[in-house]
Design a protein around this ligand. Sequence first.
Ligand code: GZL
Length: 325
Amino acid sequence: MLRRTFLMLAAGVATLGVSAAAVSAQELPKLKQKDKYKVGFAQTESNNPWRIAQTESMKAEAEKLGHQLVYTDAAGSAAKQVADVNSMIAQGVDLIFLAPREEKPLIPAVMAAKRAGIPVILLDRNVDQNLAKAGRDYVTFIGSDFIEQGKRAAEALDKATNGNAKIIQLEGTTGSSPANDRRKGFEEYIKNKPNMKIVASQSGDFARDKGRQVAETLLQAHPDATAIYAHNDEMAIGAISALEAAGKKPGQDVTIVSIDGTRDALQAIIDGKMLATVESNPRFGPKAFETMARYAKGEQIEPWVVVPDRFFDKSNAKQLIGEAY
Ligand code: GZL
């Protein structure tokens, strides 16, 4: 019995192996030009203002252009997001917009869409470049430069502290491209700064309450910390609550830098509790559908459509909070 099971598994893996190679050799699916499309948007979760703003932007643009949007929410599960993409394939959508929750687990979904002849455009987060490539397996990645965001956050902290900081890092979702690259950019910048040290680093999963809990624990373990670098504003706001609960003054005892540009973060900057936040623009709708139209026309799409990001600090937070999400 065991031998038979093993042989069946081996055959299965072999088939998978062959199909993976065959898939990567296949042509990238095209997109016929037509007035109205049925497109899928596979969202990772709706657990924070950034995600909600991204979804609203996609739905508004689809409605404005008259396209049918098949929307799914993976509620924070990469496995469910794969299933969501497979259901879109079964529904025969024309194209799939995918914000892969993590870099590796969504590869099978990208390859399944390609096998089914459905082009995929990655939004906001990327997949592991060793396993799938723009122009071969998916059309393109539309998103911010997360490494640059990490560098800009580190530079702001450097300037504000004169290069002296004992830093607690609150990381985003483990395995996600923003978490990987925001860490990479920040650490690259501080490696030449002898008095800027990360004393602790842990994931708060881009969530406010998890960020608060992790900040609480790390602040207790590192009472000498003088700065917090959060991979997103939700965790930064959570850290502010943790500091205040510990009787510390955010913005005075501990300097906080973050990324996203949410309304709550700009308010914290205005209130003097946060130093700065690097924008990670969530309003993908216009750029996403513009790129789809370019692809349908037969244009060669660049492998990375870069989303430009601003920088918010006390010099502009009050003036810009009105348009924040
Ligand atoms: C960034 C995006 C991140 C945001 C978080 O493009 O993937 O996910 O920075 C969100 O707020 O959860």
